[in-house]
Ligand binder design. Structure first.
Ligand SMILES: Cc1cc2nc3c(=O)[nH]c(=O)nc-3n(C[C@H](O)[C@H](O)[C@H](O)COP(=O)(O)OP(=O)(O)OC[C@H]3O[C@@H](n4cnc5c(N)ncnc54)[C@H](O)[C@@H]3O)c2cc1C
Length: 259
């Protein structure tokens, strides 16, 4: 599962409306999804499994799928429909899970851990829940051995090794591998083969289950945080007694016996 996101270096905040202006930003593959795709490609290289890349998004997300097929994915499916617009993570997970089910028998679902434009990290676990399969999160590497997948999970202060039967969903951490480049030959093949497009009818999903109507999340308010001003003060050794007194009076520090 990959998502096209605006290039973070090219989006800016409208100074009047305080909204994200994405119009000028280039669409890129969400960085963690590049790592998820690379991991899936490594598994495909070793096992010969078929690799299908799916994304839910507007028609222009097709370019991201062509790029994935240019790197070696076998099929690209764009889940696109006006009724899918403004989906929260619940409706997004429901829709993606319906697409995975429609693909048919599968062993692995591989997603990024989170995105750079919304970054909830809900969607991978949400899809696993709707598919009623196990999930392994924070994966940095994995290989398939017969019916099982062996994964390494990065737990910040430890690496956990997990072996689990398939089918299972993995969420992959950003920067966990070096994504390969696409080749021109494979991209031309992808354009010739074409991207499949699925809408709510194809997925047999009623319109009020998806998109805005199917989204229980309500944004109650939007507040712009006050910019906090920070001041620097240059001090010399001679200033220290005065500075300690000032910090004591402000309650920032206490006397030794009070601590
Ligand atoms: C409170 C709230 C309100 C929102 N309101 C709106 C709104 O009104 N309109 C609107 O358009 N969006 C809205 N969104 C954003 C929308 O929920 C997300 O774009 C979408 O559900 C994906 O969530 P995420 O980016 O946090 O993905 P994450 O959970 O961070 O993504 C994890 C992984 O899931 C996969 N994934 C995620 N999204 C997709 C996808 N579309 N296709 C394929 N794979 C995917 C990728 O592998 C990704 O790395 C809102 C989000 C929140 C939190």
């Amino acid at each position: 599962m990959i998502k096209q996101v605006p290039d973070a270096e090219e989006i800016f905040i409208d100074p009047v409306k305080f909204t994200l202006n994405r119009a000028s930003a280039r669409g890129i593959i969400n960085p963690a999804d590049e790592n998820a795709l690379e991991l899936a490609l490594q598994i495909k290289d070793k096992t010969g499994m078929e690799l299908v890349v799916i994304t839910m998004g507007p028609p222009q997300a097709e370019t991201a799928l062509i790029e994935c097929m240019g790197r070696g994915a076998d099929r690209g499916i764009l889940i696109t429909d006006r009724v899918f617009a403004a989906a929260d993570t619940y409706a997004t997970s429901l829709t993606l899970a319906a697409a995975v089910k429609k693909i048919g028998d599968f062993n692995l679902v591989v997603a990024g851990e989170s995105t750079t434009d919304s970054g909830t990290g809900h969607v991978g676990p949400g899809v696993a829940q709707f598919l009623d399969i196990d999930q392994v999160t924070y994966v940095t590497s994995a290989y398939v051995d017969k019916e099982n997948v062996h994964c390494e999970r990065d737990l910040e202060d430890a690496v956990e090794v997990v072996e689990t039967p398939m089918p299972v969903l993995l969420t992959v951490l950003m920067n966990s591998n070096i994504p390969r480049h696409s080749t021109l030959r494979k991209k031309i093949d992808a354009i010739r083969k074409g991207i499949e497009k699925w809408d709510h009818d194809t997925l047999n999903l009623p319109p009020d289950w998806v998109g805005l109507k199917g989204s229980p999340t309500i944004v109650g308010a939007l507040r712009i945080p006050q910019e906090r001003k920070r001041e620097g003060k240059l001090i010399t050794l001679d200033d220290i007694p005065e500075m300690v007194k000032e910090l004591y009076e402000k309650g920032v520090i206490g006397k030794e016996e009070e601590l």
